[in-house]
Design a protein around this ligand. Structure first.
Ligand code: ATP
Ligand code: SF4
Ligand code: MG
Length: 336
């Protein structure tokens, strides 16, 4: 079945583990997140926070040594993708969920031209109008500043990293999937081209009526293109809400720290401060209590023992013991 309208997505209590010499360790520790139909959601967070693992889960594409241990990913029109297997899953990927995985610039087949790969993709999804597919691909590439005809006739090695990333974005959009997942889709591009390409992604999102998820390290990028913003830390979504509100009045101490570190968002170049400390790795994510506590200026006693549940209030979800409840933390001056 092909959907003709933007789907909603509901991730619930998702736990994904990776097998390590120390046993199976959680990269996602019970994540819940909803994507409203027709919106662009951004996911931000430092390296290792679980952004890509979450993106892969939306396609049930977590590979060994990883596995989805618990939870569900409901996509309108597809059902719970965690339960899809084999042919059903293959058909959903590309046709119903378009995607660019991280480092996608290295995922083209080196032995076939881009055009040949596109035709293979179209055939594998039973497209009967292949000339229309090629035409749309040329148009998308053209919008992203490339000579579409020439790119389709090229092999991977004839394209720069930035060109390959734009080819990846074209592949994510060209099958007209109504859910599009883009994991760091523009990192090989300079800042100005990045902004231009993401603006095109946003335009196509509106023209085609999509639900889009964009993962980025860059809060500035997120501010410009997303409607809704989820902030990840240590395998949790610690804050989620409308982008303007999350950036304009962050509630979670981690979101506050991230924003304070970016002069063009905090609005004060002299006051920009890097977040102290480093994010946890799989082996150092605390087994109990709040995952952010080692770096948190708001830490209170309960943070050491109880992992805070996400609480939703006024369209904002925050997982923090100190938000929305009376507490008397000792707050260092620079955080006030
Ligand atoms: N194949 C793997 N084997 C073992 N651990 C893994 C594997 N892939 C990811 N991890 C671990 O899972 C955690 C989450 O990784 P993930 O790639 O989802 O983070 P991320 O937020 O996308 O990071 P980045 O910003 O660097 O892309 C990290 O601690 C990472 O080291
Ligand atoms: S739960 Fe506690 S440690 Fe965690 S972010 Fe909130 S105040 Fe800080
Ligand atoms: Mg990643």
């Amino acid at each position: 079945m092909t959907r003709t309208s933007a789907p909603g997505v509901r991730v619930k209590d998702l736990t994904v583990v990776y097998k390590t010499p120390a046993g199976e360790l959680p990269a996602l520790g019970g994540v819940s997140l909803s994507l409203a139909p027709g919106t662009i959601t951004g996911i931000v967070g430092e390296s290792g926070s679980g952004k890509s693992t979450l993106a892969l889960s939306l396609l049930n594409a977590v590979q060994p040594p990883g596995r989805i241990k618990e939870g569900s990913v409901e996509i309108d029109g597809l059902g719970n993708v965690v339960e899809l297997t084999g042919e059903e899953l293959r058909r959903a990927r590309g046709r119903q969920v378009g995607y660019v995985f991280q480092a996608a610039q290295n995922s083209l087949n080196p032995l076939k031209t881009v055009g040949k790969q596109l035709l293979d993709l179209g055939r594998s999804h039973d497209f009967d109008d292949l000339p229309a597919l090629l035409k749309d691909a040329r148009a998308l590439l053209g919008r992203m500043g490339l000579d579409g005809g020439r790119v389709l006739d090229s092999y991977q090695h004839e394209l720069s990293g930035g060109m390959r990333q734009r080819v990846g974005i074209m592949f994510a959009l060209v099958l007209n999937a109504h859910l599009v997942v883009l994991d760091e889709p523009t990192t090989a591009l300079d800042m100005i081209t990045q902004a231009a390409i993401l603006k095109i992604v946003r335009d196509v999102h509106h023209e085609r009526g999509l639900t889009t998820l964009i993962i980025t390290h860059d809060m500035g990028v997120a501010a410009e293109v997303t409607d809704s913003l989820a902030v990840m830390y240590g395998g949790r979504v610690v804050e989620h809400g409308p982008t303007t509100e999350v950036l304009g009045s962050p509630r979670h101490p981690y979101t506050k720290g991230l924003i304070r570190a970016i002069p063009r968002l905090s609005g004060d170049i002299d006051e920009a401060r890097a977040l102290p400390g480093r994010p946890p790795t799989l082996g150092t994510i605390p087994k109990q209590g709040c995952v952010f506590r080692e770096r948190c200026p708001m830490r209170i006693a309960v943070c050491d023992t109880v992992d805070p549940e996400p609480v939703t209030r006024d369209a904002r979800t925050v997982a923090c013991h100190a938000v929305g409840r009376p507490a008397t933390p000792i707050v260092p001056k620079e955080y006030v």
